[in-house]
Design a protein around this ligand. Structure first.
Ligand code: NDP
Length: 295
């Protein structure tokens, strides 16, 4: 079997187009555009890259966006004051504090300070709780993007055995919550694996839908996959590769070559889940704006 590629870049572009059209329609009706504020502390090159991609996507979709760059030695109090000002700013619907923050900053304290109604990353405990009890709130963008991707690909999750490898707060846990939730995009029987799972392959081999969010390059190989499974690779890893101009290549948590011989569908890295994450960030911000300004 050669797996069909789930083209996240294409699906994300469709979604961004839909969002752009809705924003244009809203502004034509005299409503203000959705507003996103991005806070970047320090000079982590990966964070700078992600923030640039997010603000470019915002501009393309007609959002109002503001970026707050702060030096690596910014104090916790300064960040808390910035978050408080953004919470009170009527032009801002979503606040994104790019992680990781510099080591001396208590990340949790900053994330807890964000108004849950502007927490478009879905990291605040209020939104985490809402997701777990099935109430409307904001859901973290990466797992939300995976659910959207599966839906648009026509992959039914109902009654399927879904295995999520990884139990982080931003990917693994909310992914499992979404897959087990009642209704469309959920209703799966879910198993979550992590570093203490003794025989990972024995579990992953049973998955109809396998989501890998491990952070270990190409850890899931073809022999760990059930024939015909749908494989979603969340991982983004840099692996040294002197043959490349940049000296490295980017790969997922799944060994693409061997996995694509066994799976029925698979996401590539790059061009799979990554673009969906940004599309869902825009969608969450638009949704926040709809709630604040009106539909
Ligand atoms: P974390 O490091 O927070 O979590 C990794 C999880 O994998 C942990 O639960 C860990 O278990 C588990 N794990 C580690 N080693 C193994 C193993 N050998 N067997 C089974 N489970 C294992 O990572 P994130 O969830 O933040 O991210 C996961 C990956 O997704 C990364 O590659 C990251 O770069 C990528 N990512 C991609 C995004 C996108 O937009 N595409 C967005 C966010 C992340 P334990 O809890 O026991 O330590």
């Amino acid at each position: 079997m050669t797996a069909a590629i789930i083209d996240g870049k294409k699906i994300a572009a469709e979604i961004r187009g839909e969002i752009g059209r809705e924003v244009a329609d809203r502004t034509a009706r005299g409503l203000r555009p959705p507003g996103l504020a991005v806070v970047l502390a320090g000079e982590n090159p990966a964070s700078q890259f992600y923030v640039r991609s997010k603000t470019a996507a915002c501009a393309e979709a007609g959002f109002h966006s503001e970026q707050y760059d702060r030096p690596a030695d910014v104090t916790e109090d300064e960040l808390l004051a910035l978050v408080a000002a953004l919470n009170a700013d009527p032009a801002i619907d979503g606040i994104l504090v790019q992680l990781p923050l510099p080591r001396h900053i208590d990340e949790e304290r900053i994330l807890l300070a964000i108004d849950p109604e502007k927490d478009i990353d879905g990291f605040h405990p209020v939104n985490v709780g809402n997701l777990s009890i099935g109430r409307t709130g904001f859901v973290p963008c990466t797992p939300l993007g995976v659910r959207e991707m599966l839906a648009r690909e026509g992959v039914s999750t109902r009654g399927k055995f879904a295995v999520v490898v990884g139990r982080s707060n931003i990917v693994g846990k909310p992914m499992a919550q979404l897959l087990m939730a009642r209704g469309e995009g959920g209703d799966a029987t879910v198993c979550v694996c992590h570093s203490a799972t003794p025989d990972l392959a024995a579990v992953t081999k049973q998955a109809d839908i396998l989501v890998a969010a491990i952070g270990r390059a190409e850890a899931v190989t073809g022999d760990m996959i059930k024939p015909g499974a749908v494989v979603i690779d969340v991982g983004i890893n840099r692996v040294d590769d002197p043959s490349r101009e940049k000296g490295y290549r980017v790969c997922g948590d799944v060994h693409f070559e061997s996995a694509s011989r066994v799976a029925s569908r698979i996401t590539p890295v790059p061009g799979g889940v990554g673009p969906m994450t940004i599309a869902m960030l825009l969608r969450n911000t638009l949704e926040s704006s709809r709630r604040r300004v009106g539909a």
